[in-house]
Design a protein around this ligand. Structure first.
Ligand code: ADP
Length: 182
């Protein structure tokens, strides 16, 4: 599924983010940038040790929840990896929605600041961090659409959803957000 947002493309695909041929891919990191399972494990496995060496050196204090940091991409086809730290879901009363939105916003800002024209993002916080998928999808897409309207960049934002459930949730949310208002 693909739509135009004032000249920029917003795309949803089902697949593996480590295979994306884009300028930057976004990682679902933890605040210590310590490495983990899920997307993070896949990125470090395929990207090689250079990524972790760089984040240890440049960001020894890690990265706060709701923010992101950038590194090179080692052996991956992308130029950069943006390590975004989404919130752990704990019921919805601890600012999780805003922290998730801000992790996406900061990731897109870093991409634009580094001249990236194409960016691939995963469904942050929806795996080990247990953020409800439908709610996460609405926040991810609303935040991205607002960002694209405001900044007119990057040219391509692609959400790479790992399984059918995530792809379905993002497709439904995108239809809901872009259907004509009555
Ligand atoms: P978090 O700790 O932020 O929840 P996870 O990596 O556990 O991060 O999960 C985030 C989402 O990424 C989940 O929806 C999971 O299915 C998905 N995912 C796992 N591996 C990949 C991959 N290689 N490419 C894209 N998405 C992935």
């Amino acid at each position: 599924m693909r739509i135009d947002i004032q000249g920029q493309t917003l795309e949803l695909v089902q697949g593996d983010i480590t295979e994306q041929q884009v300028d930057a891919i976004v990682n679902a990191a933890n605040s210590r940038l310590a490495g983990g399972g899920g997307v993070d494990g896949a990125i470090h496995r395929r990207g090689g040790p250079a990524i972790m060496e760089e984040t240890r050196r440049r960001y020894p204090d890690g990265c706060p929840t709701g923010s992101a940091v950038i590194s090179g991409a080692g052996n991956l086809p992308a130029k950069y990896v943006i390590h975004a730290v989404g919130p752990v879901w704990s019921g919805g009363h601890r600012g999780e929605d805003e922290l998730l939105a801000s992790a996406y916003r900061r990731s897109l800002e870093l991409a634009v600041e580094h001249g990236c024209r194409s960016v691939a993002l995963p469904a942050l916080s929806t795996g080990a961090y247990r953020f409800p998928l439908d709610r996460a999808a609405r926040i991810a897409l609303r935040t991205t659409i607002e960002f694209l309207k405001q900044h007119r960049a990057p040219s391509l934002v692609r959400f790479v959803l790992f399984d059918e459930a995530a792809y379905g949730a993002f497709s439904a949310a995108l239809e809901e957000l872009t259907s004509p208002q009555t």
